[in-house]
Design a protein around this ligand. Structure first.
Ligand code: GAF
Length: 377
């Protein structure tokens, strides 16, 4: 499609979506997350052009926009995601990056949008690799993840953390990745062959940019500010303990207390979940996922009726190891770790139960953990 539209052979780059096994709304609190990249990706094809313009076409949107050059501000359009990355990269100091202009970019994706599987990060990351390759520049994965996050925070105006961009760039095939969002150090944990990632889309739309995500972030940060006023050195909920919360919780808005309870306990669960996975203790991993969902739903109030139903309906199906709502919340997908031998039957039964209970036909995908972003050979 790139060749037909733009008359030039593109170089193509792949940015995968992700599923988070555990560790929700902990990344911007400098805590822990444990995502894996999945076999749904965004492809970005790029070729040079001689008129200095930047053309961006999305097959999924069925739309092309042509810009005179790098834009300084958002236009509240889907092109803000790639343009934000282009703008951030071209604002950097190196000579290569100052040459960013004059190219055609075509985008195609099979990452379901607004489903909590990081279609935005996949697009940012694929765009970043494409643009950098055109100007002959490159960055280490963790640094590029920060730049893509900046594009989303500053240009798009969505206040996300680092998890999605980081895993899309740095994932390893067949592994989950425990990320310390404070210093971006990470540990890889193999996902055993007998375990499938079954992703169940509630079909309820999720979004980071508006609504409840920023509200929850503010509420949890308000709780941190109360603890910080008593305890020097506290900057993020990562620095707080459950004992701190009990000590000063009465000074907080009740909602802030509950949001912080989720974040602080979720950090502990996420580190413990990685240990369980490394030890092959699937029972403990499943228990932690169930606890995480309860905490996300009851204390963080980050779930919705449909996601709670999807988790509950999975509970007694053969092969289930653990289930919870994944991603930014208020809709989107659940992640179910399921014995591989039962995965197909599990997916079918869960889909039928969910459709019967809610009247909504879900999409259920049996996935595997994929490698990180790369050039398509
Ligand atoms: C979204 C955000 F983009 C992530 O940074 C993270 O906060 C997640 O929601 C919740 O864990 O995916």
């Amino acid at each position: 499609m790139h060749r037909e539209r733009f008359g030039a052979e593109p170089e193509i780059f792949v940015g995968p979506g992700r599923v988070n096994l555990i560790g929700e709304h902990t990344d911007y609190a400098e805590g822990f997350v444990m995502p894996a990249a999945i076999n749904f990706s965004t492809l970005a094809g790029i070729s040079q052009r001689s008129d200095g313009k930047i053309a961006i076409y999305s097959e999924n949107q069925g739309e092309e926009r042509v810009f005179d050059g790098v834009q300084a501000a958002r236009s509240n359009h889907w092109t803000d995601y790639p343009m934000g990355v282009i703008a951030i990269l071209s604002s950097l100091a190196s000579e290569e990056e100052r040459k960013i202009s004059g190219f055609s970019l075509s985008i195609w994706s099979d990452v379901p949008m607004s489903s909590g599987l990081s279609s935005s990060a996949a697009l940012e990351v694929a765009t970043a690799l494409a643009v950098l390759s055109l100007v002959g520049a490159s960055y280490p994965g963790p640094k590029l993840a920060r730049l893509c996050q900046r594009a989303e925070n500053e240009f798009v105006g969505a206040n996300c953390g680092i998890m999605d961009q980081f895993i899309s760039l740095n994932a390893e095939k067949d592994h989950a990745l425990l990320l310390d969002c404070r210093d971006l150090s990470f540990k890889l944990a193999p996902i055993p062959d007998h375990v499938a990632l079954v992703i169940a889309n509630t079909m309820v739309k999720h979004s980071v940019a508006g609504g409840d995500y920023p509200t929850r972030r503010r509420e949890s940060e308000a709780a941190c500010a109360v603890i910080a006023s008593h305890k020097p050195g506290v900057k993020f909920l990562r620095d707080c303990t459950l004992a701190d919360l009990e000590k000063w919780g009465s000074e907080m808005e009740p909602k802030s207390y509950l949001r912080a309870k989720h974040v602080i306990s979720e950090n502990l669960r996420t580190v413990a979940a990685c240990e369980a996975l490394l030890k092959g203790d699937m029972k403990e991993l499943g228990r932690l996922m169930a606890e995480a969902h309860q905490s996300y739903s009851r204390d963080f109030e980050g779930s919705c009726v449909e996601a709670d139903a999807m988790v509950a309906l999975a509970a007694d199906l053969p092969g289930l190891i653990g289930a919870r709502l994944t991603g930014g919340g208020f809709g989107g997908c659940t992640i179910n770790l399921v014995e591989q031998s039962e995965a197909a039957a599990f997916a079918e039964a869960l889909g039928a139960r969910y459709a019967e209970q809610t009247g909504i036909v879900p999409q259920i995908h049996v996935c595997h953990a994929s490698g990180g972003a790369h050039r398509l050979e």
